[in-house]
Design a protein. Structure first.
Length: 195
């Protein structure tokens, strides 16, 4: 029961930090979302920073599971990388409202010069390392890290602009452009549309 309550607090805090931001979310906001008394709340977490650490750990676990799922669910390095790119379309509604959950948290903690920034940055590094490994699998060992960071930076830029512009068509165009870029980098010939 204790672990379930702690996990519920971390999950609700994760959602609130994403929608409202870490700084703008209070203990009271989280306690109300979990529907527990403040006394019970303090039994599990003494400070908001402890909750933040739990949220970062939760996001890292979810990111690892998602990356493992993409790696297992796709047959080629290209299709694995495309799963990353299409995450923008799959999550477009939330991205347009709140931006990228990892990017926004990293950015907010950087502005606050918060000690937990290093932990949040490790989640971004999970994506970079995973993409680098996929480019290595695709035979691009020498440029793998550079290609991975380029794609990650572009996805973050799309997330930021989608959040600012609230334009789903922009996301779809950029995802198509990223796939075209990827095919060019991997030497994949694209079929021409009939018409």
């Amino acid at each position: 029961m204790i672990l379930q309550t702690r996990a519920a607090i971390a999950a609700k805090a994760d959602d609130l930090f994403y929608r409202q931001g870490y700084e703008r979310t209070s203990f009271a906001d989280i306690a109300a979302a979990v529907k527990i008394s403040r006394g019970n709340f303090y039994y599990h977490f003494k400070t908001k920073d402890e909750i933040l650490d739990a949220v970062i750990e939760l996001r890292a676990e979810r990111t690892r599971a998602m990356l493992d799922g993409w790696a297992a669910g796709a047959k080629t390095p290209r299709s694995r990388i495309v799963a990353f790119v299409r995450m923008l379309i799959d999550n477009r509604a939330k991205i347009m409202l709140y931006g990228c959950p990892v990017g926004t948290l990293c950015g907010e903690l950087a502005k606050l010069d918060h000690a937990a920034q290093k932990g949040a940055n490790k989640i971004m590094a999970q994506f970079a390392d995973w993409l680098t490994a996929r480019f290595v699998e695709a035979g691009k060992r020498r440029k793998a890290s550079e290609l991975a960071r380029h794609l990650l930076a572009r996805a973050q830029g799309v997330s930021a602009l989608a959040n600012a512009l609230h334009d789903e068509n922009f996301i779809r165009r950029e995802v198509a452009a990223m796939e075209k870029w990827l095919d060019g980098e991997l030497g994949v010939k694209r079929r021409k549309a009939k018409g």
